[in-house]
Design a protein around this ligand. Structure first.
Ligand code: ADP
Ligand code: MG
Length: 366
């Protein structure tokens, strides 16, 4: 019997068979929806059943109500060849980054990560020592951020490695910060600098191609240490969350910059029902990023707007709280929130307005 016939045969045992049927698209290709479209599509009919689920799909982490504090949960999947390339990613770094990236999602809710669950599928090409290296990195990150590795799952895989990382964190109920909540005139702030991780990736990709053509050449990457660190060993902004506690205020909205400033700011605007205006010359870019961007013929601003994986925090604050952050060297105010019917805009140094798009940009008349 052909597998297809088996499917037809067992189909009658499925409950709620037509759950998805009404929605099968004319175009059944995943690429027709894109990543965010796919998530929206798959989750559009979910109705929360438990009062303990305060917030489900749609933010950096889910919010669960179990007592005085709320619990934050977030999960990330990393697949070999898609999210990491072992040619230039040391496994120790991969473990470190996998953990830090999920902590960043908890921080983005103004929470503190406490536990990590790690599920792992590996093929035969992996040796014990390689997995030890992965765990060294994971545990290093857990130690640094005060998180307990509290469980997971292990399985074999036919090809390569897949990691599923789930972080749990806590937050006080009234201090949890969502992507929604930004109000007109709120200041838009970002931490650290942007675009460096993307250029780090460009450097590594260039080396990979070189290595492919000339396996005997020894790379000298000493000029790129800042960019490589940002790509291979990123940090999450625990310090900023501490600062919010110490300064005793809560941002009105927040997200971690994982997909690029433009895309993540648009998430805040969409969730908050608002527009925004940011100023190109206020966007923090490291000198090493500017220098490498020149080498790769990339506009540094484009790297900052569209390059992902910086894991900085992007947040909005009411103007009244400006005094609390204005002397912080790690926080840049890059613009403000505008009315819903105003487009999200980027203002260039010569005062041209460009509509902010998730990828690339389109000039509008001004
Ligand atoms: P991030 O970049 O912060 O990890 P994502 O864009 O991956 O966030 O996810 C956005 C939201 O969609 C989150 O709330 C996440 O839990 C949810 N989500 C992502 N993928 C799925 C899925 N396959 N099923 C259900 N929810 C999902
Ligand atoms: Mg996120």
């Amino acid at each position: 019997m052909k597998p297809k016939n088996i499917l037809i045969f067992v189909g009658k045992y499925l409950i709620n068979n037509n759950y998805m049927q009404d929605t099968v698209q004319n175009n059944d290709e995943i690429s027709s929806l894109g990543e965010f479209g796919l998530i929206r599509h798959l989750t559009r009919n979910i109705k929360i059943k438990n009062t303990s689920t305060l917030a489900g799909v749609g933010d950096d982490a889910a919010i669960l109500d179990y007592g005085e504090k709320v619990i934050l949960v977030t999960t990330d999947l990393l697949t070999e060849g898609i999210h990491f390339n072992l040619i230039y990613t040391p496994l120790k770094h991969l473990g470190y980054k996998a953990a830090v990236v999920s902590f960043a999602d908890i921080f983005a809710m103004n929470g503190i990560p406490r536990q990590l669950l790690l599920s792992l599928a590996v093929s035969k090409k992996y040796k014990i020592s390689m997995l030890e290296a992965l765990y060294e990195g994971l545990l290093l990150a857990c130690d640094k951020y005060g998180v307990d590795l509290a469980g997971g799952d292990t399985s074999s895989s036919l090809t390569g490695m897949t990691l599923s990382v789930t972080a749990l964190g806590e937050s006080e109920r009234n201090k949890t910060v969502l992507r929604k909540g930004a109000k007109k005139n709120d200041l838009i702030c970002v931490t650290g600098d942007l675009g460096a991780a993307y250029l780090g990736l460009q450097v590594l990709e260039r080396e990979r191609r070189l290595y492919h053509d000339h396996p005997d050449l020894q790379p000298d990457l000493s000029n790129y240490s800042y960019l490589l660190k940002r790509q291979l060993k990123p940090e999450a902004r625990a310090d900023i969350i501490r600062l919010f506690r110490e300064a005793d205020f809560v941002p009105t909205s927040m997200i971690d910059v994982s997909d690029g400033l433009a895309s993540d700011l648009l998430h805040i605007c969409n969730a908050s029902g608002a527009g925004c205006k940011i100023y190109a010359d206020k966007i923090p870019i490291h000198p090493a990023t500017i220098e490498a961007a020149g080498e790769f013929n990339i506009e540094p601003l484009i790297a900052a707007l569209n390059g992902g994986e910086d894991y900085e925090l992007l947040f909005t604050i009411s103007p009244g709280n400006y005094d609390k952050i204005k002397t912080q060297p790690e926080i840049a105010v890059i613009g403000h929130i505008t009315d819903k019917d105003e487009k999200p805009l980027l203002i260039t140094p010569n005062n041209t307005s460009i509509e902010l798009k998730a990828q690339g940009w389109n000039a509008t008349e001004n």
